[in-house]
Design a protein around this ligand. Structure first.
Ligand code: ATP
Ligand code: MG
Length: 285
């Protein structure tokens, strides 16, 4: 089955005055997919989102969003997409509910949808609280609620969980997977490789403005699993790492037969390891 392409970048480059932020980027977002742009600070992630959503012009190349050239995007596109970049668009001096009802009026969204979204993001009990008094994680969830209020076809998220505690990050991950189940397609940027592994159907590893690897996270990790190894924990708590040699396979089989193995794991690299292998730099730097 071929999925519909919702977004396509062809040979996009972006030069700011003194530096090149994106170099010849090509990729596509398909219907029902979560696609992740993964890269360290300064890799060009935000620049890519801004070009796609028509907030910034590329230097060369073509970006198409829902069959419209990004250069020709007008306000009507915002009925079909949701963008979460920062807290902009939230009025701090009015309560949570009213923040959403302003947008519900603009987009002709029924009131019931406000309740539904607030429940989904876990903010219903805070609906009367002034937005300016929300915690950081609550604010992040309000921004997300606003972005999905009108059920957009594509949701753009720039670092959706950056700076959040692990529990709030997990609740945002759950929401994103729920939205995907409802049929939304999601483009997100992150420098958190665990987040990318957990959420994304495809990831593009971005380094100094170039895509250095692209594909499903698991496939990328297996591709770089060049020296196959197995980590074995014995019943006597001893931990041994075996390289895949015929000698070691016999040894592992013997240990198994003797019932001396407590656990055994293959040691394929994580996306973080792959990134380090390909670029020589850690993602977190
Ligand atoms: N308006 C601008 N003018 C000049 N240079 C810019 C501008 N915006 C970004 N850059 C540069 O382009 C490069 C890519 O920036 P970008 O914001 O896209 O990175 P990022 O991957 O989103 O990083 P982060 O993870 O820190 O958000 C950086 O080196 C940055 O300094
Ligand atoms: Mg950024």
């Amino acid at each position: 089955m071929t999925q519909k392409v919702l977004l396509k970048l062809s040979h996009i480059s972006k030069r700011y005055k003194t530096e090149t932020a994106l170099k010849d980027i090509s990729m596509a977002l398909h219907e029902g997919e979560i696609l992740g742009f993964l890269g360290p600070s300064g890799a060009g992630k935000t620049t890519a989102i801004k070009i796609i959503t028509g907030q910034l012009r590329q230097t060369t190349g073509e970006a198409k969003l829902l069959d419209t050239d990004s250069a020709n995007i007008d306000a009507s596109i915002y009925e079909k997409i949701g963008v979460v970049a920062d807290n902009s668009g939230i009025y701090e001096k009015i309560p949570v509910w009213q923040n959403l009802s302003i947008f519900a009026k603009i987009w002709n969204v029924p009131k019931e949808r406000i309740t539904e979204v607030l429940q989904q993001v876990g903010l219903y009990e805070y609906r009367k609280k002034y937005a300016g008094k929300l915690s950081k994680g609550q604010m992040q969830r309000l921004v997300l609620a606003r972005a999905v209020l009108h059920k957009p076809r594509i949701l753009f998220l720039d670092e959706p969980t950056s700076g959040l505690d692990p529990a709030t990050a997990v609740s945002i991950h759950r929401m994103l997977l729920d939205l995907k189940k409802d049929g939304m397609s999601i483009f997100l940027t992150t420098h958190n490789m665990e987040e990318a592994e957990k959420l994304c159907d495809n990831v593009a590893l971005l380094f100094h403005g170039e895509i250095v690897e692209y594909g499903p996270p698991q496939e990328i990790c297996l591709k770089y699993n060049r020296n196959k190894q197995y980590s074995v924990r014995l019943e006597n708590q001893e931990q041994i790492t075996f390289a895949q040699t015929s000698e070691n396979i016999t040894k592992i089989a013997e240990l198994m037969q003797e019932n001396r193995i407590q656990s055994i794991h293959s040691c394929e690299p994580t996306l973080e390891d792959v990134f380090l292998q390909v670029t020589g730099t850690s993602l977190q730097s």
